[in-house]
Write a protein that binds this ligand. Structure first.
Ligand code: PGA
Length: 249
């Protein structure tokens, strides 16, 4: 079974609600595709206007984070049922910026992944190594540890439906893309790790994205790799260029 490609934008902390609506009006005709799953992951305050602005299209809206509790005294956090009620379908979990600047741990991410599935949200789980780790030769060991910790106790039937984004930290926002060979090698290692923890069928179904300076010029070659099922796109998802990435063929 061929996996459908999935291209997701990660707007990070950009775009006020009014700007979000303007940008979606620009992107809508460029990225509304049937061939590829298209997701825009937007800041929490942009979610409601973004859902309204994408109504009637094939563009899904995603969140950039979510808490693992249902509700309660967690000032500043967003609960899964809030996302679901707003119409959110995907949620980025464990982006390296959240791991680094907000000290998110694998233990918390494991709870978040489980909670997302409980609510019918599809996680886009991020993993990736630092430049130091790559130079030390521990990239694959590190990624396997992240995957195993973050997916502990998550059933195969859920993993088959999720998205994993491989994002080498040194390639994020730096204009320094991993080579196609490097990206394919790690995405394959992630798939092999899933096959090892679960089974071949789950590994064949899980979609694995590459992220880190994806642009209109490199998307085609990256997405043509056997284990790369699309991309998680930061900077370029804020520009009409995102249309070229979605229509990479
Ligand atoms: P970038 O960001 O495309 O701007 O490198 C990717 C990401 O952080 O998801």
């Amino acid at each position: 079974m061929a996996r459908k490609k999935i291209v997701a934008g990660n707007w990070k902390m950009n775009m006020t609600p009014a700007k979000a609506v303007e940008l979606i009006a620009t992107l809508r005709p460029l990225v509304d595709s049937n061939d590829v799953d298209v997701v825009l992951c937007v800041p929490a305050i942009d979610i409601v206007p973004a859902i309204t602005a994408t109504r009637g299209t094939n563009i899904a809206i995603g969140a950039e984070n979510m808490h693992y509790e249902e509700s309660g005294a967690y000032t500043g956090e967003i609960a899964p049922n809030m996302l679901v009620e707003a119409g959110v379908k995907y949620v980025i979990l464990g982006h390296s910026e959240r791991r680094e600047y907000f000290h998110e741990t694998d233990e918390e991410l494991n709870k978040k992944v489980k909670k997302a599935f409980e609510h019918g949200l599809t996680p886009i789980l991020c993993c990736g190594e630092t430049l130091e780790q790559r130079e030390m030769g521990i990239t694959i060991d590190w990624i396997r540890m992240q995957i195993k910790s973050d997916l502990a106790g998550v059933p195969a039937s859920d993993v088959a439906k999720m998205v994993i984004a491989y994002e080498p930290i040194w390639a994020i926002g730096t204009g320094k893309t991993a080579t196609t060979g490097q990206a394919q090698q790690v995405c394959k290692a992630i798939r092999d790790c899933i096959a090892e923890i679960y089974d071949e069928e789950t590994a064949e179904n899980v979609r694995i994205q590459y992220g880190g300076s994806v642009n209109a010029g490199n998307a085609k070659e990256l997405f043509a790799q056997p284990d790369i099922d699309g991309g998680l796109v930061g900077g370029a998802s804020l520009k009409p260029e995102f249309g070229k990435i979605v229509n990479y063929k």
